[in-house]
Design a protein around this ligand. Structure first.
Ligand code: NAP
Length: 279
């Protein structure tokens, strides 16, 4: 039996087992994907020796993504750009790590909004709300897809400035409460702050955005955040955060179990039900 894990502290709320075990059944694979809570004292020994416990690899979630990046023997260019890893495996005796949030973000938009990254939209650019780990992954993905200007707006402006400096001249920093008219004309707005996660708040007022903007909130609980609800009411195209969560699981599953799975409406429905949302 092939076994993979998700570890974090805590890890009990992770939806990853639901996703991976659905694919295991769907593909008739003799495998398992298990929650492995790991307290901070045990993390280094767990991540360095999980193969001795019978695992081929796994996912790492908060608060260990940066630590995993630092502990891995081999990290790919995506993990290097993000400075954090969420997917690990062993190869030739070495611990390998990557970051699949970049893939998850891009693949979700590719599936849901074909043409979302067309040249005219690349030129108009993106407004990214937040400057944490997820923001870093998304900025990297957008630059890889040719976006020509990206405004990073954050409550703590110094963190946005650090990110803008790290990613180069196509990125500028801003305070989230003082957005210029120019950056509000962005073709794509992505909320990567945790605002909207059950607090009833919006990071910014979407009525300020261009009417043809695509508004993506990567918060997925609730599925329709206050930001998305207002943007939708104003006629904008809105994309929820669940798709990114589902798509980011694809590369890990393929690596551990040898089959590239698909993100289907059936899988989305399964996770929605688990989240207490209607499919
Ligand atoms: P993080 O590194 O802790 O960053 C959190 C961000 O939220 C920071 O920019 C922080 O601003 C901002 N923030 C938090 N509370 C705020 C408030 N009250 N007012 C204004 N800004 C606030 O977290 P992360 O890992 O990037 O994750 C961010 C969110 O994305 C979480 O909700 C997470 O669940 C979600 N996420 C979803 C997916 C998916 O697959 N859909 C993947 C990854 C993450 P400061 O810098 O000023 O503190």
């Amino acid at each position: 039996m092939t076994r993979a894990f998700v570890t974090g502290w805590p890890v009990k709320h992770s939806r990853s087992p639901l996703i991976h075990n659905h694919w295991l059944v769907q593909h008739g694979i003799d495998g398992s994907y298990e929650k492995q809570p790991c307290d901070p004292d045990d993390f280094t020994s767990f991540i360095s020796g999980f193969q001795n416990e019978g695992f081929v690899g796994g996912n790492v979630t908060l608060p260990y993504k940066e630590q995993t990046f630092a502990l891995a023997d081999e990290v790919d260019k995506v993990a290097k750009a993000v400075g954090a890893a969420n997917t690990v495996w062993h190869e030739n005796g070495k611990l390998h790590a990557t970051n699949t949030d970049v893939y998850g973000f891009l693949a979700n938009l590719d599936q849901q909004v074909p043409g979302w990254g067309e040249p005219e939209r690349q030129r108009r650019g993106a407004l990214i709300l937040g400057a944490g780990g997820a923001s870093r992954a998304i900025i990297y993905g957008l630059l890889e897809r040719g976006f020509e200007n990206i405004t990073i707006a954050n409550r703590t402006v110094s963190k946005a400035q650090n990110l803008a400096r790290a990613f180069g001249h196509k990125c500028v920093a801003a305070g989230i409460s003082a957005l210029s008219d120019e950056c509000l004309e962005a073709a794509l707005i992505v909320n990567t702050t945790s605002i909207g996660m059950g607090d009833g708040q919006r990071p910014v007022d979407p009525s300020l955005f261009a009417k043809d903007a695509i508004v993506n909130d990567i918060v997925y609980a609730p599925l329709v955040t206050p930001l998305l609800a207002t943007a939708k009411e104003a006629g904008m195209l809105t994309i929820d955060g669940l798709g990114m969560l589902l798509h980011q699981a694809v590369p890990g599953f393929e690596r551990w179990f040898g089959v590239r799975p698909e993100v289907t409406d059936e899988l989305r429905g399964l996770v929605l039900t688990d989240l207490g949302e209607s499919a």
